[in-house]
Design a protein around this ligand. Structure first.
Ligand code: FE2
Length: 289
């Protein structure tokens, strides 16, 4: 029997200052939720006040993780120790495998109009790939598949697949699925998610109903308003319904690694010895292999 995943936890993001003073909303990597295996961090950046983000993220290191940045609006200039540089634009994805070590810089620009908004997700790497060769991919908005179904539900497929359409990113080691889902009022959405995979929804516009409910009696579901993260228990699929208002959310799932973690800022390894090694490598100018 197909089991709908229930909402087990609702997270209110907290405001934190990161980088050189960027104000953002964090839902994973907080005291409430330190780690949601395989996801190490989830940040929602965005503001209509450039003072909240112009300081940006000057050159900093990463080791042992993959990061996925998805821009909703605005522009971020980036460059890294592999010689990549460019601008991440509205709707684009940047996907970076730090592996053994990468140094990079992410600097939001002041928009000519509108706001700057987006998300950064950190996905853990398994022990055997912590020191893999770094890799960088930039995917422009037009290359991200978008599906509009019969109920006018629009889904942008960042990673994974939806209704047989494959996402823009496919080689992240934790096999994540990452969908940007837009449901108009009165419509519903359902997505199969592999058993045993961790799953969350990040509701960032409107409000919707999530969990184990029949569409005829949707009020029995869990009603969640933006801006919050819903964490699901295990099962076969996630169901969502938009009642009076449309709802927009990211639906993210991935395979847990079940490995010990040792984290120190931008380094996430399995042991404290490996963290100390990362710090030594950085000091000795031996970080970028
Ligand atoms: Fe970074």
């Amino acid at each position: 029997m197909e089991i709908l995943r229930r909402v087990t936890n609702i997270i209110d993001p907290i405001y934190v200052l990161e980088g050189a003073g960027v104000r953002l909303r964090r839902s994973i990597a907080t005291q409430t939720l330190d780690y949601l295996d395989p996801f190490l961090l989830f940040d929602h950046f965005g503001s209509d006040d450039p003072n909240d983000y112009l300081a940006g993220f000057p050159m900093h290191p990463h080791r042992g993780i993959e990061t996925v940045t998805y821009m909703l609006d605005g522009q971020v200039d980036h460059k890294d120790s592999m010689g990549n540089s460019g601008t991440i634009e509205k709707g684009d994805i940047q996907w970076m495998t730090s592996g053994s070590g990468i140094l990079h810089e992410e600097m939001p620009k002041e928009p000519e109009e509108g706001i700057m908004e987006g998300f950064q997700l950190w996905v853990n790497l398994p022990a055997k790939l912590k020191m893999t060769t770094p890799r960088y991919r930039g995917i422009t908005s037009s290359k991200i598949p978008e599906v509009k179904d019969d109920n006018s539900v629009t889904v942008r497929i960042v990673a994974g697949d939806y209704e047989g359409v494959k996402g823009a990113i496919s080689e992240i080691y934790a096999d994540p699925e990452y969908l940007d889902v837009n449901i108009p009022a009165g419509s519903s959405f359902e997505q199969h998610i592999k058993r045993g995979h961790t799953a969350f929804a990040y509701i960032f516009e409107g409000d919707g109903i999530f969990g184990d409910f029949e569409l005829e009696s949707f009020k029995k579901g869990t009603h969640i308003q933006a801006t919050r993260m819903a964490i699901f228990d295990d099962g076969d699929s996630v169901r969502a319904y938009a009642d009076q208002n449309p709802v927009r959310f990211l639906l993210v799932s991935g395979k847990p690694l079940n490995e010990p973690i040792a984290r120190y800022g931008p380094f996430v390894m399995n042991t404290t010895d490996e963290i100390e090694q990362a710090l030594r490598d950085l000091q000795n100018d031996n970080f970028v292999k």
